[in-house]
Design a protein around this ligand. Sequence first.
Ligand code: PMP
Length: 460
Amino acid sequence: MTASGIRPSAVEAFAQREREHFIARNPKSVALAERARNSLYGGVPMHWMADWSTPVPLFVERAKGARFYDVDGHEYIDFCLGDTGTMFGHSPDPIAKAIAEQGNNGLTTMLPGEDAVVCGELLAARFGLPFWQVTATATDSNRYVLRWARAITQRKTLLVFDGCYHGTVDDVMVRCIDGETVPRSGLVGQAYDLTQYSRSVPFNDVAALEAALAKGDVCALLCEPAMTNIGMVLPEPGFMQKCRELTRKYGALLIIDETHTISTDMGGCTKLWDLEPDFFVVGKPIAGGVPCGIFGCSAAMAEAMTAARKRASEGSHGHGHSGMGTTLSANALAMHCMRANLEQVMTQAAYDHMLPLAKRLADGFRSLIGKHDLKWSVTELGARSEFQFCPVSPKTGAEAEAAFHDELQMALHLYLINRGILITPFHNMTLCCPSTTANDVDKLISMLDQALTELLAIPG
Ligand code: PMP
């Protein structure tokens, strides 16, 4: 038996039927997949796009609001929403308009415009940190903030929580196994030992956190206020406050990455829980789905950054480089879209719509778990919720991972895809957007109910 309580043989029979169903239902996706194998490595433009539950990639034709349409003409209700990239719906009208406006006015010049100033003002007002920088992705934001943290504190070790994900930042690719920091498995082409300057401790473990900080070499704790990348793991009451208190006590900075948890509130968990970070990161939805990341910092950090830059250029020869940049960062298109997003899309009205729907969804998951007598749990935070194959919501990344049953997760996702519903791959997270309706939520619950009924009826 597996962590989920479902027999592997039943899952395999169920999955096989759904794979056949997918192939029969999607001849155009199947044909495109075949053609793609001749020009795209692995048949996809980015290799992980082949890792979904479908036997060949599902090719999308277009998307709008909470819906997308595949090349075979099927309509889908999207609870994945580009894994948050399009948390406010696909192509919101103000973003489509902003793209059209900027489209003929220059896309990138390496120079700022008035949009940049307006965005800075809007970000400061919304998130409460005075100074901002704009990057191309959340990964970039985290990489640059880490550089600043090391430069400011003149310490090298980064502290993260076990099971975290903050983008493809080398330094975060570590796990904590039996109390030891080890490299994350699966890394390709890793040249140097990541455990030299990175340390990983379990989430919600105050003693381990304090012990890791007490070594006195930690430049920063980089964390999400609730883990969202190994299944969802919520902080226990007071844990995030402890993160703030202990980082201050031991001279480390606190970096809060709200790239996913921005779904909780207009100001993220940071504003809601008064977390007072030194640096604050968001990416993905900040420009309405157009590539863009941001980071903000306190006035004290801004001053320390200036001093660190001065130190770095002392005695240097020729043209220096801060190690931060990328030419397309803060390009005109992204800035124009971020402005439209902050002013017209990422509004309180949007959150007021999304939050009750996510609650309705979480309640629906709970009722299904009860109805089918499963030892599963539901974790919810703001506009996202997740069902997990364990009896109580996990407290650490390791607990969340122990509840994984990948074959079951993929079989259920595939069943839903075959019936016009998409949820976030690799775990069971769902997100509601301003165009999601109560009917959409109820459809997901009734389809999942049907899936579980059919799966549990498979004779052993
Ligand atoms: N931070 C968090 C919390 C994330 O979940 C992710 C991506 N899933 C990132 C950063 C990186 O975002 P991107 O891939 O857009 O750079």
